[in-house]
Design a protein around this ligand. Structure first.
Ligand code: DC
Length: 235
C-alpha cells in the first residue's frame, strides 16, 4: 500500500499546519481538499448560483475547472486558470462552503479528482472524509481535534483582517459549519474506526507533527516487515 496519510478533523483543529509540516518532514506531497470545496463555492457565488439550492448547485457542479498544486511549500489553487488562493479564505466563502459541499454531485466530482491526484501515494491529504471515503485504505489515518475555544481562536487569527470577525462571531460561525459538516447525509465529518485521534489543544505544532511522523514511520516499518515475511514465505 503506497504511503497516504489521511488527516481529518473539524475546522481549526490545525490540519493544514500539521499536514504541511508532516509532508515537509517526510518529503511527501500535500493535498488540501478543503481548498477544492472552497474553490467550487467561490465559483458558484461568482456565477450567482443560490448556494442553499442543492439542485441549482448540482446542475452546475461539472463546470468549473479546478486545479490544485501539491507542493507543501507552495500550495496553489486555480479555477478556470484564475488564482483563487486568497478569495477562497474570505468569510463569504467560509460561510457558504458547507451548503455547497453537502451536494452529492459536488462531492462525486471532487472525490474523483482527489483520487487522481493521490495516484500512487506519497502524499498527506487533509479534509473531512479522507480516511472514510476518499482513501479508506490509507495506511495512516489521523483524526485531529482541539477544544472549541482553541479552534475559534485559531480561526479568528486567520480572519483578523475581516471586519466583524470577532472571537464570538467566529466561534458561532464555526460551530454552525461543524454542525452542518457533521450532520450532512453525504460523507459527513466522521472519525474512521481505524483512525488515531490526536487532541492538539495542549500540544505545540511541533509536537503534533512529531506524533504523526512517528505514526507514519511505524506504519512504514510494519508494511516493510509484512512484505519481508511474505517474500520469505514465497522463497
Ligand atoms: O478545511 P476547510 O475549513 O478549508 O474546509 C472547508 C469546507 O469544505 C468544510 O467546511 C467542509 C468542506 N470539506 C468537505 O466537505 N470535505 C473535505 N474533504 C474537505 C472539506
Amino acid at each position: 500500500m503506497p504511503l497516504v496519510i489521511a488527516m481529518d478533523g473539524p475546522s481549526g483543529s490545525g490540519k493544514s499546519s500539521v499536514s504541511k509540516g508532516v509532508a515537509r518532514a517526510l518529503g511527501l506531497r500535500y493535498l488540501d481538499t478543503g481548498a477544492m470545496y472552497r474553490a467550487m463555492t467561490w465559483w458558484m457565488l461568482r456565477q450567482g448560483v443560490p448556494v442553499e439550492d442543492a439542485e441549482a448547485v448540482a446542475a452546475r457542479a461539472g463546470e468549473p475547472v479546478i486545479e490544485v498544486g501539491t507542493d507543501p511549500d507552495h500550495p496553489t489553487i486555480t479555477v478556470d486558470g484564475t488564482d483563487v488562493s486568497k478569495p477562497i479564505r474570505t468569510r463569504e466563502v467560509t460561510n457558504a462552503v458547507s451548503a455547497v459541499s453537502r451536494v452529492p454531485e459536488v462531492r462525486e466530482r471532487l472525490v474523483a479528482l482527489q483520487r487522481r491526484i493521490i495516484g500512487d501515494g506519497r502524499i498527506v491529504v487533509e479534509g473531512r472524509d479522507i480516511g472514510t471515503v476518499v482513501a479508506p485504505d490509507a495506511p495512516v489515518k489521523v483524526f485531529l481535534t482541539a477544544s472549541e475555544e482553541i479552534r475559534a481562536e485559531r480561526r479568528a487569527k486567520e480572519l483578523a483582517a475581516e471586519p466583524g470577525a470577532t472571537l464570538e462571531v467566529t466561534q458561532a460561525e464555526q460551530a454552525r459549519r461543524d454542525r452542518l459538516d457533521s450532520t450532512r447525509t453525504a460523507s459527513p465529518l466522521l472519525k474512521a474506526a481505524d483512525a488515531e485521534e490526536i487532541d492538539s489543544s495542549a500540544m505545540s505544532l511541533e509536537e503534533v507533527i512529531a506524533a504523526v511522523v512517528r505514526l507514519a514511520e511505524s506504519a512504514t516499518e510494519t508494511t516493510a516487515a509484512t512484505t519481508t515475511r511474505a517474500e520469505e514465505r514465497t522463497q
